[in-house]
Design a protein around this ligand. Structure first.
Ligand code: HEM
Length: 195
């Protein structure tokens, strides 16, 4: 982020800073598996993403979060990824429990949401790579596609909503902790697939 962006988005900047290392580790752990080298490799990547998106689906149905994120339900990619699995002839079974929102504060839940919404930025790059396999937004890689109104504006709206939240400094710590927990869970789910 530029310094102007940092001034306008202090929480988002802090979220990015606190999770930069764990994001890079995750990115590398995935890319070392060459997820776009073959359909078989991509299938593993898809299974990981399905575990993650399924795990966090309650965030997108949350009545506590909905008032702060107007288009929350429409941001959920679970249906898209279930269709991707079907396209590739794979079963969409649930292997892990979904997140229990009763155990999270609102700020922690927003931290989790940051991680999943942010992963759509990296998805822009991955969506280009996956075309090598003949997959795209209509078949096999629907979950990597951007929204109709563009990734940039959806991300900007998300950032603005996070900055507008009325949080105490303790809540802010919970926000960052939620994001760290989400990345830790993503690592655990990845370990299930790439044992
Ligand atoms: C194949 C692996 C991945 C690659 C290559 C990758 C790459 C990227 C890239 C290039 C960006 C920055 C995009 C931009 O600023 O326009 C980004 C942002 C982000 N990615 Fe990933 N990513 C990967 C996986 C993930 C996963 C699995 C998650 C979540 C579990 C994730 C979470 C995020 C978040 C939260 C951001 C936003 C950072 C911010 O600006 O605050 N990424 N990723």
């Amino acid at each position: 982020m530029s310094s102007i962006a940092q001034e306008n988005y202090p929480r988002m900047s802090q979220l990015k800073r606190t999770t930069a290392e764990v994001h890079d580790d995750l990115d590398q752990k995935i890319m070392v598996q060459s997820p776009f080298a073959s359909k078989q490799n991509y299938a593993d990547f898809l299974r990981f993403q399905y575990l993650l998106l399924n795990h966090v689906e309650p965030l997108y149905n949350s009545h506590q979060l909905a008032p702060f994120f107007a288009d929350l339900a429409s941001r959920n990619r679970c249906h898209a990824i279930a269709l991707d699995l079907q396209d590739l002839g794979m079963q969409a079974h649930t292997a892990t429990q979904q997140i229990n929102l009763d155990n999270l504060t609102l700020a922690q839940a927003v931290g989790w949401l940051y991680v999943i919404e942010g992963s759509k930025l990296g998805a822009a790059m991955l969506a280009k790579e996956v075309t090598q396999l003949g997959l795209d937004a209509d078949f096999g890689a629907r979950f990597l596609a951007g929204p109709g109104n563009g990734r940039g504006s959806q991300w900007r709206e998300f950032m603005q909503a996070v900055e507008a939240l009325d949080l105490t400094s303790n809540d802010e710590q919970e926000l960052y902790q939620g994001a760290k927990d989400a990345f830790a869970t993503a690592h655990q789910l990845l370990n299930i697939i790439y044992q």
